[in-house]
Write a protein that binds this ligand. Sequence first.
Ligand SMILES: Nc1nc2c(c(=O)[nH]1)N[C@H]1C(S)=C(S)[C@@H](COP(=O)(O)OP(=O)(O)OC[C@H]3O[C@@H](n4cnc5c(=O)[nH]c(N)nc54)[C@H](O)[C@@H]3O)O[C@H]1N2
Ligand SMILES: Nc1nc2c(c(=O)[nH]1)N[C@H]1C(S)=C(S)[C@@H](COP(=O)(O)OP(=O)(O)OC[C@H]3O[C@@H](n4cnc5c(=O)[nH]c(N)nc54)[C@H](O)[C@@H]3O)O[C@H]1N2
Ligand code: SF4
Ligand SMILES: [Mo]
Length: 701
Amino acid sequence: MAGTPTHCPYCALQCGMTLHDGGSEPVRVTPRDDVPANAGGLCQKGWTAAELLTVPDRLTAPMMRRGRAAPLEPCGWDEALDRITAETGRLRDLHGPDSVAVFGGGGLTNEKAYQLGKFARIALGTSQIDYNGRFCMSSAAAASGRAFGMDRGLPGPVTDLASSGAVLLAGANVAETMPPFMRHLTRMREGGGALIVVDPRRTATARQADLHLQPTPGTDIALANGLLHLALAEGLADEEYIAARTTGFDAVRTVANAYWPDRAERITGVPVPLMREAVRLLARAARAHVLTARGSEQHARGTDTVSSFINLALALGLPGREGSGYGCLTGQGNGQGGREHGQKADQLPGYRRIDDPEARAHVAGVWGVDPGDLPGPGRSAYELLSALGTAGGPKALLLFGSNPVVSAPDAAAVEERLGALDLLVVADFVPSETARRADVVLPTAQWAEESGTMTNLEGRVLRRRRAVRPPDGVRTDLEILAALAERLKAPGKWSTDPRAVFGELRRASAGGIADYSGITYERIEAEGGVFWPCPSPDHPGTPRPYLDRFPTPDGRARFVPVEHGGAAEDVDADYPVYLTTGRVLAQYQSGAQTRRVRPLAEAAPGPFVELHPDLAGRLGIEEGAGVRVESRRGAATVTARLTGAIRSDTVFIPFHWAGEGRANLLTNPALDPVSRMPEFKVCAVRLLPLPVEGDGAPGAR
Ligand SMILES: Nc1nc2c(c(=O)[nH]1)N[C@H]1C(S)=C(S)[C@@H](COP(=O)(O)OP(=O)(O)OC[C@H]3O[C@@H](n4cnc5c(=O)[nH]c(N)nc54)[C@H](O)[C@@H]3O)O[C@H]1N2
Ligand SMILES: Nc1nc2c(c(=O)[nH]1)N[C@H]1C(S)=C(S)[C@@H](COP(=O)(O)OP(=O)(O)OC[C@H]3O[C@@H](n4cnc5c(=O)[nH]c(N)nc54)[C@H](O)[C@@H]3O)O[C@H]1N2
Ligand code: SF4
Ligand SMILES: [Mo]
């Protein structure tokens, strides 16, 4: 049976898979070996992806609530869409267009992300749109933009990693977050290359590394500056490259001078010999990579943290050299494309700035509106969520592709804001925790039921193909947006055909940083994907963008001096332990999808806190016991997992579960001043053992 070649519904590796529609039998997944990212591999989430199509509580009819306290009840599409049109119309008449907000997601196809941004700007006329990618790679995007003039995940095809001589992974646990990615690193190690991992935990990834640096959460800047100090002290910097291809090095050299090895060790807890070894491995390799992910990026100083790693990569002469470079590991399925086509508060399609008059004129021309009618920049994700229902904030929210009740920082406060809205509309295919709080729920088609394009972590544009028919009663997101646009009497064209929307996206992106104008569905098919920028039909696409020059005004990469500052909330007598958060293999994000897939729910059934036996011993916490974890924002109840693989001053809670076990009841919404990224990766907590049921004594069996 041939099946339909497509890609995984989950992460940014976008592993190739074939879907076999078995008719009366369940749909089956097999890995594709013609897709370089996974070359025949899949992780457990990929293997079980088809179960998403048949989850028992799949949404198949619109629902609405007739009154604040009334339950959600099935209704017709016309009724649901009419209510949205009427209520948003009333709010806009009363309070102006910014009283209606839109929130998107990095899992949406390029076509949907593009259409959602356009819908907000010209159908609703609101500036208030942002998306969950703000919580994801926005710090890496901001730092890449200021260093290279562009933000595109990896510096080249993922297969380049196999011929690297050294890869430094800062805050990435790829063995769990994109398992087939490991094969490229394994190949590199088999060829003599070294894997260096920077993570406060000895993760599954760190266990496979040649060198593991285990810093205190929130101290990566001191570590990277310390590594740079050592590189300079040992004469390992590439002075010729620095002179020819960069600017601003002197200021960074001055900063690095102050991070002498003992000082860096004191701040980070990483022994000097390990730092020295890391620098030597990176500097002596003919090809090398420095890669960051959320562990280094999700900080109130996330942009500066990424800059500190980019400075190191630039000093070693890596970016713009074939087979070497700096990269950020994009996270969500379309984390890359989702950040290029205008669902970001400050952005228009093609990675254009919404406050740039030329960009406004170009995009307004494609949309058939007056540039003066386009709104300006809006609020960033957390600022938007925390303004909902306030005096000057939006009174209605239309949400596509996110579950902030579980995934937003300080989630209890965000939940309260959602509750203060006049109207919450959620489009989803499952009743997520956020959908359950909505006034109107719109059931959408999912991944294998519709087509479109996704841009993976390499910057390669791929085709997602429809393999099965959606259930009766659901609509695609494009159909929902078109129906609403029509009711709102919006200007412009609102096609429901992904191919037609992609055609418009190509024109809107033409001339922008993320130029897709030369990419067509046919080319993607024939060439196994096309790398942007691709400005014309005869352009080959750009697998390695910086080889000749950087897309900055003078063609040079820019060093940015950055100083260590520490976490926004440090530990103290009341909250003496660092909390960091992240992921486990079998669950995806807020868990809305994976908690419904039986083998995944069995593999990772509930929330837990990982803590060192020394800390557990001091607190009287035993393996498997209930623990109440408290921060200044709230408390979560989780199960203890003791492991020597984590620093004894730090605990880890994955964020995939709802209710009382939500890691985000604890997290600190302190925002990065540039990227507006919240500090998901470090805050201060205290831990209390919970009495075992039926016995008052804490920790008793
Ligand atoms: N199984 C699974 N895979 C996924 C996802 C998922 O939810 N589940 N989500 C996808 C998405 S959207 C994303 S963004 C990626 C994320 O992929 P990763 O960034 O690999 O995932 P995280 O677990 O969030 O964080 C990585 C590591 O950062 C470490 N860390 C914590 N604090 C610090 C610090 O201060 N410094 C450093 N250097 N490290 C620190 C944590 O211990 C953790 O092991 O994964 C994608 N893939
Ligand atoms: N504490 C802590 N919090 C975190 C993080 C962390 O490391 N620690 N990581 C952050 C990161 S990196 C991310 S990316 C966010 C992710 O957090 P969320 O935005 O909550 O991510 P998902 O769980 O993927 O939510 C996607 C929702 O949209 C639905 N959906 C999927 N595809 C579509 C579609 O095509 N159309 C529509 N209409 N709906 C769709 C899914 O069913 C699901 O309910 O979480 C952030 N939150
Ligand atoms: S690594 Fe990511 S894309 Fe690949 S199968 Fe797993 S979840 Fe899917
Ligand atoms: Mo993410």
